[in-house]
Ligand binder design. Sequence first.
Ligand SMILES: [Zn+2]
Length: 279
Amino acid sequence: MSIELPEARIFAEQMQEALPGKRIESIDSHDMKRMLGLGVCKEHLFDFGSIVGRTVKAITARGNTIRIKMRGGFNIVHGPEYGGRIRLVQPGEKGPKYHLKLEFSDSSVLSMRNTGMGVIYALKDEHLHESYLYKRDFQGGLSPTDPEFTWDKFKILVGEENRQLKPLLVGMDAFVTGISNATFQDVLFRAKVHPKTKARALSEEQLKGLYDGIQHVIGERLKLGGKERFTDLYGKPGEYVAAMGPNYKNRECPNCGTTIKKLAHGGGHVYLCPSCQTE
Ligand SMILES: [Zn+2]
């Protein structure tokens, strides 16, 4: 289950409440070599030894990526892109499996793990731009939670493009940051738009449906503690259920009864209703 904008933000807000001022006493990591093999990154991005003894300053998230900022210009960048878990473990409590574990001087522990493709880096401020995810999310497109993410702007940025929707909404060059495949299929179903439609071919009503859909899905997921199967910093599960996605496999469309179809699209799969979402 991917971590997208709402879930990354929930983690960051909870960590911001709990972690600033805590000093890192020790660290431990597991399987980092394997992660290095999976990610497009450099060895020095894993210099975790340099964060021991540092104090946590602030935690922020943008898009799907979380930044733990420490005093002295050091950071941990965590992008649990295709699934991940972060848990704050209190002294005496048994912690879950981890890729990176930070033990603080008050004996509480931050446990971080990726359950799918993703990264955890230790980076100095001046190397942040070398992280693909940091660059994409912190320096990339507009976030649906930015005040600048207005209908007028969306209409121009996305609506005038003669390209299919996925690269405009998902990935490195997208105009919107924080959306992965899960939100993409959820939003398209709500807006009754076929994924292969080119943005410029959309009616104003469909385009507005996409814009409203993005805001609705992000807003609801923040309100409901993330999507189902997500668990927050304290292990509390989210309650948002997607309107479309793998949970609709072999099921019927709730609007019209047509069997839901799985379509290979844009380097992944998109579930859709072939009747409600026509090309
Ligand atoms: Zn339908």
